[in-house]
Each structure stands twice: as C-alpha cells, then as structure tokens.
Design a protein around this ligand. Sequence first.
Ligand code: OOB
Length: 558
Amino acid sequence: MSTEPLTGPQADADSGPDHVPWPAEFAAHYRAAGYWRGQTFGALLDTLARAYADRTAVVGEPAGDTVRWSFAELDERAHRIAAGLVGRGIGPGHRVLVQLPNVAEFAPVVFGVWRAGAWPVFTLPAHREAELRHFATQSEASAIVTVDRHEGHDHAATARAVADAVRSVRHVLVLGTDEFAELAATPPRELPDPDPSGVAFLQLSGGSTGLPKLIPRTHDDYLYSVRESARICGLRPDSVYLAVLPVAHNYPLSSPGLLGALHAGAATVFAPRPDADTAFRLIESERVTVSGVVPPLAAVWAQAAGRTARDLSSLEVLLVGGAKCGRELAGRLGPALGCRVQQVFGMAEGLVCYTRLDDDPDTVLGTQGRPISPDDEIRVVDPDDPAASAADEVPPGEVGALLTRGPYTIRGYYRAAAHNATAFTPDGFYRTGDLVRRRPSGHLEVVGRVKEQINRGGEKVAAEEVEDHLMAHPDVLDAAVVAVSDDHLGERTCAYVVPTDGADPTVADLRRFVADRGVAAFKVPDLVRVVAEFPVTGVGKTSKRELRVALAAHAENG
Ligand code: OOB
C-alpha cells in the first residue's frame, strides 16, 4: 500500500475490506448443500483438459484468421501465461486489469491470471482512460492486459497512459507484441492453487450512478453459478455458444457464457462484433446452438432474420436479458429466429434468474425467470422506503423493491464500507434497486428500476410499461422512455423511438397508438422523439442516462 496522500482520481477510493465474507453459518450451509465445492478456476481447467482434451474449447477470429483451440491447448496456454506472469512478479492477490475484446486469447489470459493466483479486473472494451484509471486506482492494479488497437481505438496507448498516472501499474502487456509472445511461451511450472473461498476476480457493477463499484467474487461462489447456469441452459458437450456481447461482462462470461460452455465441455465462438451479419455468418459456419443478447440487439437480429440467406437452423436457444425484454419483443424472437427464448435477469453482484426451458409460454414471455438456487433468498419490499428491511415485504403479487442474499450474491463491494452501509441491509441482503413483482411460481417480473419510475404530478409511470406498448407498433424497432422535468407536473414522459427500416412513424400516430391500447391517459408519452439509434452502455444496454442528457441539452438549445 502506498503511504502518500490520496489525490486526484485516488481521492474517491473508499475504505473497507477487499471482501466481506459470508457469516460462518451461511458458509457452512452453502458447503453442506454442495454449492461451494472448494474448487478453483485453475483446478477446474485441469479437470476439463483431462475430460475433453481434444474437443474444441474456443474459436476466435484474430485479424481475419480463425483460431481454434482444444481444451488441452487452452490448458497449456493458460499454464504458460501463468508462469510468465509469475516470472514478472505478478502473483497471488495481485490485481490485473483485463481489457480485451472478443478474442480467443481472452480465455487463456484469464485462466493464466487465475493460475498465477492473481485477480482479473474485468473491464469492457468500451471503457476509456478515465474509467480505467478509476479501476486501476481502486484496485491498486499491478498490470494491464490489453490489445493494440480495436475498433479504431488505441488501447495500448490508453493503457500506457493509465500506467503513467497510477503508480501501482508496473506492466502493460499487449497481445500480439513480441513481449507478450515471450511471456506466453514461458515453460509451465507448478504453482500453488489459491484458496477457493477467497476472491477470484473483480467484476464491475452496472453503475447506474457514478463510476462502477468493484465486485469481489470468489471461486466457490462463482463456480456454483456457472455450474447451475450451464445445467439450466441445457448445455452439452456438443453445444456451441456464440459470445456476442463483450465477454468480460458477467452475462456472456457466465450466464451461461464462456465459463458455462467450458464447464459443459462445449465450444465458445467469439464474435468480433455483435451485428446481425457477423453473428449470422458465425451461427451458420460454426453451427452455433446457443447465444445471449441484450434486448436492443435482439430486436435488430429479429428484424434482420427476416431477410437473411444464412442458415440459422442450428440455433436452439437465444437468451435475452441484461435489461427488460418486454412481452412484445420476447414473443417476436422465437418465430423470427426459429429458436427457443430464455429470459435472464442477472447482476454482477450475484443473483441470476432464468426462465426454464420447460416453462410455459406465458412464463417465458411475461417473466424474467426465477433464481438459480433454492437458497437464493428473495424479498420484495416497500419501494418507497430506501431503508426498507427484509421484513417490510409488500403483499404477494404486488410490486416492490427487490432484496436478495444467497450463495453467490456478494455481502459487500470491494473496499467500499461507506457505500456498503446503504447498498446492503444490516442482515446482508443486497438492495438491487430493481422493482419486481413475484409470481406464486417464484418467477419475477421486472417492472423497472426504483428510480426509473416517472413521477408525473404524482401519477407513477413505469418506463418499461410504456416502452412495451410502443414496441407493439409495427413501425417501432426499439423504444426508451425517460423523464423530462416539467414546471407544472414535476416530470413528464419523453419516449425515444427507433423506427424499423424504412418506416417513418409520426408522433401523433405513436401517441394515438398507445392511447388506443387502453391505457390510462397519463401513460401516453407527453413527448416523442424519433431517432436513428440509441446511445448504449459498454455491454450494449440502452443508456437512459445519456438519453436524459440529450433531452436536457435539447431543452437548453430551445
Ligand atoms: C447484468 O448484470 P449488470 O450487473 O450489468 O446489471 C444488473 C442490472 C439489474 O440490477 C437490472 O437492473 C438490470 O441490470 N437487468 C435487467 C435484466 N437483466 C439485468 N432488468 C430487466 N430485465 C432483465 N432481464 O445485466 C446481467 C448479469 C448476468 C446475467 C444477465 C445480465
């Protein structure tokens, strides 16, 4: 630890432990129930390499060539990278910022970091210097692993700038350089297996306000969610998972994602870009059976599927989640892509819910799934009280704020004692900030965010509800409803709409359409703006924050 005073970006570093452990009685129960098995990621790869040695583990497309590595090759590469890292002084407990696009090397790099006993910090390719400095500072990272250029951005230069600014960063390792090739060619060596109940990596929070918090996940807790995700999503050794979203994100990483696929002995194909042309080409050529997308991308794929010449018949299951996928869009996906749809509602902090492959259609289209674990504790509490405890439950079937704790949900963010005091209840439930309704079956319907309710002079409008009505319009590809401040009502609603190709819906037409669907007049959007596309977050979710900023700028400019 540095003893110099904190200045600049370091000043926002919160204090507190790296990892808030589960209370002993919970940990004992999770072990006894077989959730936590005392296995590390490195040990898992040892087992997989023996069981599936010659089967394909990862497929990627660096610079136009196809890379295809078996489980044995992945294992060998991870061993060498681990030895190379340790040889450079990067070892147990060190933090390593990993900023990689969807390339095959992601897998051996991350398993290499794990085998070295270090902790990957999973940043997204979309992050830039300010965010990386924040993560490097917060985590006191020793190294950054990145690529040279990607999608026009010079990642190596950004990483070097971060290393110049943050004292702890001593190594910038760039894939494709001689230096990296040398590191990755280091002879393997025996390395101690880290503690499976200790931290394995740091994920990033969705970060609805301010910069993302770091989320410490352990080998034990995360591997449980990986194992169950692979099972719930029906992965088999002959499955092929297409990673289209940035793979460092929790969803394509483990729901079921790269790690779920590896766990099942299945192959993962890394799509360099998520667009329909690229994805459909890979679905056809690699006979992809399962993939996972966010709703805006699902809408684009569903539209493109109608006119593609590609053979998508291998696709069995498409997961959709990360943001609310309304009934309209969910219902369109299966017929358009010729596959089953599985909704997933998860968070990097832990809890992941899936609709099950044998759920009835109403449940699949109308809910965001039920939790992975029988020991995921769910409480739906008073949404108007930010300090509501687990005891303040709303009556069954009513909308409330979701609290959760369980065998793979964190008890605290990394070094964030002050934030943890409000983000968790005193008895360890995580306040998700999501508004949900629970069905008797245990399935959850996500109806919005605690703060994404528009308060229109006291009448509450759930953004998602209005979005779903707009999505039913044949000319609407995507819709996002945000609040605009109003002198009279406090807030009014503004609906942003992306039209389908060639369509040109009018504002009057869209407003009439929503009104004609038999909803309360106060839910008809006050303003409608037709735009070509939405701003998106690093993983491709619609960024309502940026839409609000655009709206404010528009208002200022008259
Ligand atoms: C996933 O993780 P994060 O950490 O990027 O974002 C979590 C938040 C949730 O709290 C919720 O507000 C929203 O994203 N969300 C959904 C949703 N899935 C996530 N809101 C409505 N419906 C859904 N289906 O986004 C994530 C992590 C693992 C698996 C899948 C998604």
